[in-house]
Structure formats: structure tokens, C-alpha cells
Design a protein around this ligand. Structure first.
Ligand SMILES: Cc1cc2nc3c(=O)[nH]c(=O)nc-3n(C[C@H](O)[C@H](O)[C@H](O)COP(=O)(O)OP(=O)(O)OC[C@H]3O[C@@H](n4cnc5c(N)ncnc54)[C@H](O)[C@@H]3O)c2cc1C
Length: 334
């Protein structure tokens, strides 16, 4: 059987590796970092079905996760929406998730090489799962874990030029993760608190400053752009292919779903039933069918959060009960 080499051992690369190993395909993953590690991410998974998790063979990784049923949405200091989520969301740290997936991949007989940054060289059978790549953007993502925070469900706090999401994860912790327009004036030693303040999230800033913060979990990523990514090679999965705006909380789901779409084509290539170019084309077309609608909708809603007219419209429709929250939630996921 032909071997598959996956560059990048994040959520998409590891999920795909496990899927292929369970079908007897030889797989090697090259990962630049090591496990466990903290990563900028809202750490709530929403949208991927239990059937897909089962088919991928990764359901057990999420068994210990927190489950969320409720969402509260804030605009500045005003609570504008409280609702039940149309479907349950999973709260699990990337620290735990990626390390557990890596162990599962190795237990399934996969070859995992960490501390190895692969050069950009495309080849038949090589899959790029290297995360977001498009540079030159004006965003910074920041995340940290807090202990002993009283939180029910998920919270989203939208400020003038960015937002912060709160999600309960394992061990009673809360993940605080934000996406902000880069602002050179913020206090570099206290970035999250400073971004909350300059974005007018004053009440959240007060609360955040009183929380017991786990400094070791602090992570940052800056300068990326959203949307279609600059291709690393012919076969890209996860963020390396498409980066959906983070407010949707759908990026991890898409990372898993893109592996699920990719798996059968790669299995056929490995078995010699399909040539590489045909596998690449078939996968690209299934991605457009599967993700096209949600990418377009997310891309059109995202700018509304970053201008005062758009935010005013969202706030008015949320407060007056006219925001079709359940409908939009579902459209952003299928
Ligand atoms: C601020 C922010 C908040 C978010 N919040 C959420 C959320 O709440 N819910 C959600 O579902 N999604 C969220 N996302 C998106 C989610 O984090 C990503 O969609 C997901 O991590 C994509 O997985 P991936 O495997 O494609 O990439 P990654 O998880 O980024 O993995 C890529 C891996 O490739 C490795 N790598 C890169 N280059 C090389 C190389 N040359 N050689 C070897 N290895 C390499 C990296 O070390 C990394 O481990 C958020 C994103 C941001 C920026």
C-alpha cells in the first residue's frame, strides 16, 4: 500500500491520521511542535456530528469534555441575547485534545515525528495540515485559562474592534479567547486585559482582572488573514485550506470534517485505486460543496462585528428578538 505523509499534527492532521490508520493505511505525521501544548483557540467545538466523530474513530477524546447548552451574547457592557444553543457544544482544551489525539494516532500504529518543520515541497501522497498560512492580516488572537470562574454555557463579548469568548473546559477551568484588530498602543505585559479595555469591554475587563489566571496557558498568534488560504500544496486540509472567521466557533469542526471528506479519497489513492491528481480534484470539489455556503455566510457576517453600524444592527435585532439566531447558527454549520 502507498504511504500517506501528513505535514502538521494539529486537529485536522491527527484526525486524518487516525482515520487512515484505522483502515490500514501507512501514515507518517511530521509536526513542528510537541505535545501537550497550549494553542490560541476558543476551545469549544460545535457543528461536527457524533456520526462523523465515530467514523473518524476519535469520539473517546471528547468523552471527558464539558458540554454546553446555553449562550449569552454581550455587546460592550450590554447583555443582548441569551438562548439555548440549537445543538450542544463541546468544551475541551487544545492542551488535552491534541495530546490525546497524538496518543491515539500512535496507538493505532501511526508514525509521529515531533520537532520537525517540513520544507515546502509538494509530492504525491503528501497532505498539508499546517494551519492558517495567509499572512499580512490585521488580527491578533489571544487566549488564556482562568480558574474558579462562575460561568454557565458560552459567553461572547463583542467590543469595538474585537471580541472575547468564554468557554468552560475540563477541570472546571474557563478558556478566555479573543480576536482583536492589532493595536500597537496596548500594554504588552497584560495584553488580554488591555485589549478588553481599549475595545470598551469595561465590565468584562474588571472581572478578568480579578480572575485566577494560569499564566502558563497564555498564547498568542498575530498577522493572519481569514478566508481561503495561500495553498501550501495540492492537498490541504483544515485551516490550511479554508479559515472561517472564529466567531462562528466552527473552525475545529471544519478541521475534522475536512479530514473526513479527505479520508476516503486518500484511502483509494493508498490502495492504488486512484491517481494523486484525481484524488486532489475529487477532494477539492467535495470541499466546495460541503463548506462553500457556510464560508460565504460567515464572510459576510464577520465585517458587521467590526463596524458601528453593523454592531448597532446586530444589537437592535438581538434585543428586539428579531435576530434569527437559531437559523444563522444552523446555516453556519452545514
Ligand atoms: C482566535 C481564534 C479563536 C478560535 N476559536 C475557535 C473555537 O472556539 N472553536 C473552533 O471550532 N475553532 C476555533 N478556532 C479555529 C481553530 O483553532 C482552527 O480551525 C483549528 O485549530 C484548525 O486545525 P488545523 O489542524 O487545521 O490547524 P492547527 O490546529 O493550527 O494545526 C496545524 C499544525 O501544523 C503544524 N505545522 C505548521 N507548519 C508546519 C510545518 N512546516 N511542518 C510541520 N508542522 C507544521 C503546527 O505546529 C500545528 O501543530 C479559533 C481560531 C482563532 C485564531
Amino acid at each position: 500500500m502507498r504511504k500517506i505523509e501528513i505535514v502538521g499534527g494539529g486537529l485536522s492532521g491527527l484526525s486524518l491520521g487516525i482515520y487512515l490508520r484505522r483502515r490500514g493505511v501507512p501514515v507518517r505525521i511530521l509536526e513542528a511542535g510537541a505535545y501537550p501544548r497550549h494553542k490560541v483557540c476558543g476551545e469549544f467545538v460545535c457543528g461536527v456530528s457524533n456520526d462523523v466523530l465515530d467514523e473518524m474513530g476519535i469520539s473517546d477524546v471528547f468523552a471527558q469534555a464539558r458540554r454546553h447548552q446555553k449562550l449569552a451574547w454581550w455587546m460592550g457592557d450590554d447583555l443582548v441575547l441569551q438562548d439555548h444553543l440549537p445543538e450542544e457544544a463541546i468544551g475541551l482544551s487544545r492542551f488535552r485534545m491534541d495530546a490525546d489525539l497524538a496518543s491515539l494516532f500512535e496507538a493505532a500504529g501511526g508514525e509521529l515525528i515531533t520537532g520537525m518543520r517540513a520544507h515546502r515541497e509538494d509530492a504525491d501522497g503528501r497532505v498539508w495540515a499546517v494551519g492558517k498560512r495567509k499572512r499580512g492580516g490585521k488580527w491578533i488572537g489571544l487566549k488564556v485559562h482562568a480558574r474558579d470562574v462562575d460561568l454557565e454555557g458560552l459567553e461572547m463579548h463583542v467590543g469595538r474592534r474585537g471580541y472575547l469568548g468564554l468557554s468552560g473546559i475540563e477541570d472546571g477551568r474557563v478558556n478566555c479567547c479573543g480576536l482583536f484588530r492589532i493595536n500597537k498602543a496596548v500594554d504588552k505585559k497584560n495584553m488580554i486585559a488591555s485589549y478588553l479595555k481599549v475595545n470598551g469591554l469595561n465590565e468584562l475587563h474588571e472581572k478578568f482582572c480579578g480572575w485566577d489566571i494560569d499564566g502558563d496557558s497564555l498564547s498568542a498568534t498575530a498577522g493572519f488573514s481569514l478566508g481561503v488560504q495561500e495553498k501550501a500544496g495540492a492537498f490541504c486540509i483544515g485551516d490550511a485550506s479554508l479559515l472561517i472567521p472564529p466567531f462562528t466557533g466552527n473552525g475545529m469542526s471544519m478541521a475534522i470534517e475536512s479530514s473526513w471528506l479527505a479520508g476516503p479519497w486518500l484511502e483509494r489513492f493508498a490502495k492504488g485505486e486512484l491517481e494523486w491528481d484525481a484524488a486532489c480534484l475529487a477532494y477539492a470539489s467535495s470541499c466546495e460543496d460541503y463548506f462553500g455556503k457556510r464560508m460565504r455566510l460567515a464572510g459576510s457576517l464577520h465585517p458587521l462585528l467590526f463596524n458601528s453600524t453593523g454592531r448597532g444592527l446586530l444589537k437592535w435585532s438581538a434585543v428586539s428578538g428579531l435576530l434569527p439566531f437559531g437559523f444563522l447558527f444552523k446555516q453556519l454549520r452545514s
